[in-house]
Design a protein around this ligand. Structure first.
Ligand code: PHE
Length: 437
């Protein structure tokens, strides 16, 4: 059983890989755009609460299942269920996750394609020195140009498949180690620029002064769903990576580190973008185009802007890549375990996602449908099943043997979150939105 003996050398490498999965377009593209769309402060507050009370506990549960099963998500759940004498039907968690991953990949690769387009626009300096309106209008042109989007979408799918086919550890471990910290530094530099040149006060007010009158049921659902999306939860990505985590590493500490990085990066992205939005008298609600309409304006005015822009978009593309590989990994690992060759499994699943992506870039309704379906429903429901399985179905001893500290306030609060807070929260938010209560 080769996969049993392959564990990532140290806890740190797991942290980097999981951070690579978590940090991506969700932080830099999606968080700012939905925060703008749903009115700021109150939405951000609900998102942070969900990360703390639902996301982090579910992430611990996923890592625990992956590490104790040491297999792909479907088999890891199956093993845990069998060992405790429960129905094998629980492996539906893994199977549904494979499908969620594919559905996310379909629109994710389209957005990653936009990032690659902006990378080339920056390298060639095509928007340097243009008027702000012209630059922000440039996104509309790209959005309407399906051939151009198709090209980048294909390229992104090829890159993802190339890495997944050669094995996630080999393909990504080293790259992530250098590039993630670099992305962080780059974001801090841009933050400095936004503080100096943008309307930072207005941004702080927008992001951190909650106005609960703007908080609809839909906003709460989106905030909760995004806490899953941004931490890569509810579909088995973190479980698949957990399978490679060394047995002696502390799950709690590791998960907190990943969640902290991820949340910081999203908040910084918001604090980079909104000062520019307000300084340029733009509306925060710019839908999917927000970062592409604002950041290039700034780069065009910054000293060495095109150089910064090129580095920035390259790093975001790489962050997207280190996330997209984890969207495919659960399915590929599962097919491989069922006897398919890794290469064939990768191309098969990438092919499905690629075809769905073509629909997304041609028909925006399909893009939005998949974005909504996964973020608002399939990831939270996947998370709900994981929480119930770990919190209620598995015997307490089978769960607690994974932790060094089996009592104490941290362990107890985790257990309560996984048993009560997360499941009740997820169910209430969803049925509220469906209008059943
Ligand atoms: N967390 C990734 C991001 O924020 C997206 C993702 C979701 C990756 C689910 C894997 C699983 O961009």
């Amino acid at each position: 059983m080769a996969e049993n003996s392959v564990t990532w050398k140290s806890r740190w490498i797991f942290v980097l890989a999981a951070t690579g999965s978590a940090v991506g377009l969700g932080n830099i593209w999606k968080f700012p755009y939905i925060t703008g769309e749903y009115g700021g402060g109150a939405f951000v507050l609900v998102y942070l609460a969900c990360i703390l009370a639902i996301g982090i506990p579910v992430m611990v549960a996923e890592v625990l299942l992956g590490r104790s099963g040491r297999s792909d998500p479907i088999h890891s759940v199956l093993k845990a269920a069998k060992r405790s004498g429960h129905a094998q039907a629980w492996s539906i968690i893994g199977a549904a996750g494979v499908i969620s991953g594919l559905m996310i990949m379909m629109f994710y690769s389209v957005v990653a394609g936009w990032v690659i387009d902006y990378f080339f626009q920056s390298v060639t300096g095509s928007y340097a020195g243009l008027e702000a309106d012209t630059i922000s209008g440039g996104f509309g042109e790209l959005y309407g140009d399906h051939d151009r989007q198709f090209l980048w979408h294909c390229l992104f799918c090829l890159l993802t498949a190339g890495i997944v086919a050669s094995g996630v550890q080999k393909g990504i471990g080293n790259a992530v180690e250098v590039l993630m910290p670099l992305l962080f530094v780059m974001m801090l530099i841009m933050l400095g620029y936004s503080i100096a040149e943008g309307d930072f006060k207005a941004a702080l007010h927008f992001m951190f002064t909650p106005d609960f009158s703007k908080l609809t049921g839909d906003a709460v659902l989106e905030a909760m769903g995004h806490s899953f999306f941004t931490l890569s939860l509810g579909m088995g990505a973190i479980m698949a990576y957990g399978a490679y985590m060394p047995g002696n590493a502390s799950i709690g500490k590791t998960v907190l580190t990943v969640a902290l990085f991820d949340t910081l990066l999203a908040l910084i992205a918001g604090l980079v973008i909104f000062p520019l939005v307000f300084a340029n008298n733009m509306e925060p609600a710019q839908s999917v185009g927000l970062i592409f309409k604002t950041l290039p304006i700034t780069f065009s005015q910054m000293p060495y802007g095109m150089l910064f822009a090129s580095i920035f978009f390259a790093l975001v593309a790489i962050a997207a890549l280190s996330s997209s590989i984890s969207l495919l990994e659960p399915g590929v690992a599962w097919l491989e375990r069922n006897g398919l060759e890794r290469g064939a499994a990768t191309w098969l699943l990438t092919g499905v996602a690629w075809a769905g992506g073509i629909l997304c870039l041609n028909i925006s309704e399909i893009f939005n449908f998949l974005d909504n379906l996964t973020t608002k429903y399939s990831l939270p429901i996947g998370g709900l099943l994981i929480a119930v399985f770990v919190g209620w179905v598995l015997p307490a001893t089978q769960v607690s043997e994974n932790f060094e500290v089996r009592r104490g306030p941290l362990y107890t609060s985790w257990l309560w979150c996984v048993r009560i807070v997360a499941p009740a929260g997820i169910v209430l938010v969803i049925i509220n939105q469906l209008g059943w209560i």
